[in-house]
Write a protein that binds this ligand. Structure first.
Ligand SMILES: NC(=O)c1ccc[n+]([C@@H]2O[C@H](COP(=O)([O-])OP(=O)(O)OC[C@H]3O[C@@H](n4cnc5c(N)ncnc54)[C@H](OP(=O)(O)O)[C@@H]3O)[C@@H](O)[C@H]2O)c1
Length: 333
């Protein structure tokens, strides 16, 4: 096994943003391990992507108990990379994981009970070979468990040393307000909210962004490239072999309507005029908002990651360009 030594230059180009009103800064681009790092995927490819990311200043890696497939295997992969290569750099890395979706059978392996959250994180730590994670999230709101219990579990998890910070994911604006208040009263502030946000999914603009700004909670955006739609991958309307849409589970090819393809091409034209790719434009568009702490990308190859990291270069989007993009986003899909 070749001994990995991180690039000396790894902090030269990445920019870091403060996460809400906290002491933590996150890289403008973070890497998520939802796809491409499971037991069904090639370990070496996953390892290369993770190490390349770290070499380029991506200090934040995002996981969840159920990432794989099979569930849990992305954490196992990440643990292997940590053990083999990144152990000496643990203090330079922010690892997050989550619980909230179905993980094991029976009544204690899903949703938001204290029983589920604490035991799930113990399992995650074992899989990753870590003593603690930096951020632990409740993955989705639970309509049946009292919010006080779920937030109490996050507070307990932080106080017990299993996690340094608490976060929530997929909570709507009103539930976020309540959760943030409870956590603050407990003395464990909510660090971060992880939500779906991209040029094609703008739900956070309907209240959540304002809550995050007011409450001093950082926003980290998942599926910022709409799972690949906001890249060059589907611009000609066909589905490339091996792409996420070709697998058809989380991204279905029937999403590729002529209207959507026209919209993507119009956005791509704006990017091309800037000498950039659509993926870079999509990332820059998210970085335009000060409530954005980090853009949480996925990648199935080092080449994709490298292309996406170019979003950090060049000027930010100007007012005229943002207006033009807004007009395109109003086009029907
Ligand atoms: N909290 C939650 O509920 C939740 C939900 C979903 C995701 N997440 C987090 O967010 C992370 C990112 O989500 P995501 O993977 O959906 O993000 P994404 O960045 O929108 O999509 C990533 C996918 O797009 C394609 N892609 C990326 N860059 C490309 C490029 N330059 N050219 C062509 N194709 C490119 C690749 O797919 P192919 O190459 O396979 O086509 C890649 O796997 C996840 O890993 C996870 O950590 C959280």
């Amino acid at each position: 096994m070749t001994v990995y030594s991180a690039q000396e230059s790894r902090y030269n180009e990445m920019k870091y943003r403060r996460c809400g009103r906290s002491g933590i800064k996150l890289p403008e681009i973070s890497l998520g391990l939802w796809h491409n790092f499971g037991g069904v995927d090639t370990y070496d490819n996953g390892e290369s992507i993770i190490l390349r990311a770290f070499d380029r200043g991506v200090t934040h890696f995002d996981l969840a108990n159920n990432y794989g497939p099979p569930p849990g295997s992305a954490e196992t992969t990440f643990g292997r990379v940590m053990e083999r290569h990144l152990r000496p750099y643990r203090d330079e890395i922010i690892v997050s994981t989550k619980a909230g979706y179905g993980m094991w059978s029976g009544p204690y392996g899903d949703w938001g009970s204290r029983k589920y959250l604490v035991s799930s994180l113990d399992q995650s730590l074992k899989r990753m070979g870590l003593e603690y994670v930096d951020i632990f999230y409740h993955h989705r709101p639970d309509p049946e468990t009292p919010l006080e219990e779920t937030m109490g579990a996050l507070d307990h998890i932080v106080r017990s040393g299993r996690a340094l910070y608490a976060g929530i994911s997929n909570y709507g604006a009103e539930d976020t307000k309540k959760a943030v208040r409870i956590l603050r009263e407990l003395g464990t502030p909510c660090l971060i909210h992880q939500a779906r946000y991209s040029m094609l999914a703008r739900e956070p603009e309907k209240g959540l962004l304002d809550v995050l700004g007011t409450e001093g909670v950082g926003g980290i955006w998942f599926s910022p490239l709409a799972q690949g739609l906001l890249t060059g991958r589907y611009l000609d309307g066909s589905v490339p072999e091996g792409s996420r849409a070709s697998r058809g589970v989380f991204l279905k090819s029937d999403r590729l309507t002529p209207a959507l393809i026209a919209k993507l091409n119009a956005l791509n034209a704006v990017a091309a005029e800037r000498g950039e790719t659509l993926a870079r434009l999509a990332i820059k568009w998210l970085l335009r908002d000060s409530r954005t702490a980090s853009v949480l990308l996925g990648a199935s190859s080092v080449a994709q990651l490298d292309e996406n990291l170019l979003a950090l270069d060049g000027p930010p989007l100007q007012a005229g360009e943002l207006d033009r993009i807004e007009g395109i986003l109003r086009m029907p899909e």
